[in-house]
Design a protein around this ligand. Sequence first.
Ligand code: XIL
Length: 335
Amino acid sequence: MRKTWILALVCAAGLSGQSLRQLAEARSVKIGAAVNPMRLNEPAYAETLAREFSQAEPENAMKFGPIHPARDRYNWAPAEAVANFAREHNMALRGHTLVWHQQLAPWVTAGAPSPADLEKILGEHIAAVVGHFAGQVYAWDVVNEAIEKDGSPRKSPWSPVPDYIAKAFRMARAADPKAKLFYNDYDAEGIDAKSDAIYALVKDLKQRGVPIDGVGMQFHITAKPLDTESIAANMKRLTDLGLEVQITELDVRVPLDSSGRPGAADLEAQARVYGQVARTCLKFPRCTAIQTWGVTDKYSWVPGYFKGTGAALLFDREYNPKPAYEAMRAAFGAR
Ligand code: XIL
């Protein structure tokens, strides 16, 4: 009797003291963060990352421009720093991204390449980068943001290559047969013209036997309550194709005042949205990861990109957990 009581107490204490990483591991969901290798020598950054997250993804270091600055030169060190950190802390490593219209190395388009030249460049790039991290990166964003908001194909430096999306997936599979391959995009969480087009794209790839394993939903959002029914309907139709879904770049921006601070009510609204995202993912066994686009509000792309907003992550500038952190823990069953 007494033993059971003590055990219950210990369990309750254990649960309330568990990190987000531990709670999510118990539910078989990875909790990731986008990582800037330059910050890894900041103790609070490294400690928070290793304690609270089970997955790391370079925020920029594996993109074409940073990692392949000249045709015959690859810059591996920054991405390897993230890979090494992940290995040392028993974290999964996610790769981002092979084919994108942004952060491309200028040399790629400088010489007015023919479609055949471009395809050769793409093939060399994917073979080198995916091959370099084979056995380390468990999942790649192979193609990023190839669809416009209205559902039409985006014009990209890669568009001259016929069927470039399917080709990129095949090249990635050849370079690392074990890595999971994802299509990744933003502003397509619920059902709308863009997510319809993404659904049609990945369904077509599957039907043609193109190797694709999942869809990444970026989730760069505001603190307005989410239409979780619509998001769940989208996750359902994608997972019904046999694909995984992962939340890949979650941040929930709120307005900042003139001194750069968020308001308390906005942080509560933000917490509710984080909780909504986590609970929606948890409804689907094939929703396998939730990753935030950074570790701390101290370093986040949000204030620079969405002017007047920020404070979008789980930890504040001093690495204190925010209400959003507790909402995530609660969604994962913390008491
Ligand atoms: C952003 C990074 O966070 C910034 O540091 C960089 O300056 C621009 O790119 N969608 C993506 C990410 O897939 O790669 C982007 O990351 C954010 C939007």
